[in-house]
Design a protein around this ligand. Sequence first.
Ligand code: NFS
Length: 667
Amino acid sequence: MMAGKKRTPEEYSIDPASQEMLLRAEELGLKTAFSRADEMKACPIGADNLCCKICSMGPCRIVKEGQTGICGATADTIQARNFIRMVAAGAAAHSDHGRDMAVTLKEVANGETQGYVLRDVAKLRDLASKYDIPIEGRSPSEIANDLADLYIAQFGQQQGVVVSLSRAPKSRQKVWEKLGILPRGVDREIVECLHRTHIGDDQDAEHILDHALRTAIGDGWGGSLIATDVSDILFGSPAPILGEVNLGVLKDDQVNVVVHGHEPTLSNMIVVASQIPEIIDYAKEAGAKGINISGICCTANEVLMRQGIPAAGNFLQQELAIMTGAVEAMIVDVQCIMQALVGIAENFHTEVITTSKKVKIKGATHIEFDEKKALDIAKDILRRAIDNYENRGKIQIPDHRSPVVPGFSHEYINYALGGSYRSSFRPLNDAVMSGRIRGLAGIVGCNNPRGQHDNLHVEIARELLKNDVLLVETGCSSIASAKVGLLVGEAGLDQVGPGLREICEAIGIPPVLHMGSCVDNSRILTVLSQVVEEGGLGEDISEIPVVGLAPEWMSEKAISIATYVVASGVYTIMSGTAPVASNPKVPDSLIVPELLSTGWEKKVGAKLEFINDVDTIVSKTLAHIDKKRAELGLPAYDPEAFGESGDSRMLEIESLSVADRREAIYG
Ligand code: NFS
């Protein structure tokens, strides 16, 4: 943690576009999250989560052995309560988003919205049949109505089991059932987190953390999965598409509108409205060449992977986008939106527009979004942005942008590996079994200005790729990797191990598969489910050689994600600040980190660990993958065994003279 020391732009970020804007911030005397992190010394007691402010007898701070809160709460109880409250908030954020999507599906099915259609009817029918909703002879609207009702009911359900858990492997469902942690309803478990952690309730750390698992499962396999399903039905299941990322996607001669936040409902409609001739003409009348939509954060991923709309950046680039002076409007909905945007925007002409019923920011313009008038609202917002074009002052857009091929949904991977008639995960499983692919890893989650922006995401990704680990990424992590060229086939392949390169060349995929936004971590879960179903890599997710990583995490959502990934059986490593840290002066603070690691390994077959050093993260990841390979009886990973695929051999041969070619081919 570097609080107190003023860092240089190069220390702030590895990304040249961000460095350029951070220099500009200094020249203009503007603060950013980076400089505020320098100035803000984190409270050491809060950092270890050894502070309890659940009632007003405190706040109680535990700093030495034997000390308890005024009510008698021990360090481990306090830490477990703080941890589960993070899970509850994170699960609530994802799941409330999922609920809104399900309600929108219902409204679209009933013809009550403006501009939306049921775009992926095949996925709608497929999902409906998974839940025994009749599909034969019924219209898409009738099916969607039933599916929406079923999904909406999962949030407030009081008894039974959240229905979408049926998409986890049977063996995993049994683990949860045995532990008594099958979530009954998504909201119910979140509410119970708050009840249990009220003063005088659950005071057994292990028991509290069992419920954290239950709540998080309701997020990953419930709320988040529902959000992803409905987004695909309404906006189309992603398939690979060419896009671009980084601040250089902003255009100096067009009206720049940045969509930021998480929900695809408004951002997709903004994209639709930006393509209407009347709006384009309006922009031209204002002296611009057109309208350029780009995204920040997970909304960026939603429109990038479906429409190829460029992503201006990840979480820590939101302030920097405004500092280019080229953004006419930044339209935000929910989550990961810094309040500082409004203050930054006051120095430029950018209008920050809040749109969610749930989110207002003092000083921002509020234009409430309503699905029933979606297209009209989107057009109005764009007209406002166009009107603002003439107020532009000096602009400075960093000339950095990278190509990216996002859009690897679970459905697309299935198709890519076997075509329409033989769609299958078999080639993927075979590649892992043969050792061409050593194992799998998911790198996900935020950026955190306490560390160097993008550095851990990229460094870990590069090391794992060299070791033939196939990566799936979402959220801010995928944007970080895209910026350094890891998300396109050609550019990425010279940085990966020989076995993995063969597979990428043969199938035509980048070595890092971009699977979408943060709620789309649910796609990673369903991919793992299918890997189990395909056979050969164990009977349960916990047997697959796979690791989850969130190297630059900062949000409560990331804690919920890590918890459901572990609950699903995947060893997970987070870095940066641990939300519950052991203080050597407080022996009881050893208990919760232990419960999260070896304790959870005994219960659900996977640990949650917090590690900061890159070399240790990489070596532990590879060691875990190799251990799982050995337990499955697979051949030990041998980097020398592969790497002479037809394609790379052809390229070599083509570069030779005619005589040498003959020699190479016939010997
Ligand atoms: Ni997920 Fe982190 Fe936010 Fe998306 Fe980025 S910060 S927890 S990746 S944008 S949600």
